[in-house]
Design a binder for this molecule. Structure first.
Ligand code: ADP
Ligand code: MG
Ligand code: MG
Length: 210
């Protein structure tokens, strides 16, 4: 299974639609444990990417990822802007000269994003952040690859990991981010950044073509 640059740009449109459909839900999640702007931040970034589609399409896959990172970094305020910006810029380095994303490259991209977000946010899995679904997705994906699963099963493992990591944030005490200011550290609430990361991972998996 794989995806081209055009498939990736279609994926960005699907994420934007998914965000649009979940505006109130995501806003309420960030209002419960943070400052309520997570949806606005993410939406602003993705709207900017959609508006830049033509410019992005003319670049190599590597440069497109780099440009996406720079656009997010310059458009999106809050933690998500710098974290997603760094993630895309680091992922562009993993892409090298490839013009198609296959399963091993997709895994390398997830690993690069994970490393960038962990470094930039000085955070780890288990801290109740956007890292959790990304980490579990990458771990499940890798296990599937090492077990010799077929591509479809590896991709379902990735999706399953994303949902598991997102759901696990409900029981976690926040170690980073605004939920740490809550007296109960956000226990009982999903982390908004984990929810939008999970959307992105699920749609990315759906956009891998046979
Ligand atoms: P802000 O918190 O600055 O208002 P957003 O609301 O856009 O920014 O994003 C909040 C999300 O960012 C959190 O739900 C969490 O998933 C993620 N996050 C916050 N701080 C960190 C960090 N240090 N490392 C990783 N992720 C973080
Ligand atoms: Mg916020
Ligand atoms: Mg904010």
């Amino acid at each position: 299974m794989n995806m081209t640059k055009k498939d990736y740009l279609d994926y960005i449109e699907l994420v934007t639609k998914k965000l649009e459909e979940n505006r109130d839900y995501v806003t309420e999640l960030d209002a419960a444990t943070g400052d309520g702007d997570h949806w606005v931040n993410m939406n602003m970034g993705f709207q900017k990417l959609i508006a830049s589609r033509e410019a992005l399409e003319s670049l190599s896959l590597r440069d497109m990822f780099k440009k996406i990172g720079m656009l997010i970094m310059s458009t999106v305020g809050g933690s998500s802007g710098v974290l997603y910006g760094s993630a895309y810029i680091k992922a562009s380095q993993a892409i090298g000269d490839n013009e198609v994303i296959d399963i091993p490259l997709l895994h390398a991209i997830l690993e690069a994003k994970l490393t960038a977000i962990m470094e930039r946010g000085n955070a780890k899995p288990g801290y109740k952040t956007m890292i959790d679904p990304l980490y579990t997705a990458a771990v499940r994906m890798k296990a599937g690859m090492e077990a010799g699963m077929d591509d479809t099963s590896i991709i379902s493992e990735m999706k399953r990991g994303a949902v598991e990591g997102m759901e696990a944030t409900r029981g976690m005490e926040a170690v980073k981010g605004r939920a740490t200011y809550q007296t109960n550290k956000g226990v009982g609430c999903l982390d908004p950044g984990a929810v939008t990361m999970c959307y992105q991972l699920e749609l990315l998996a759906d956009c891998m073509k046979p």
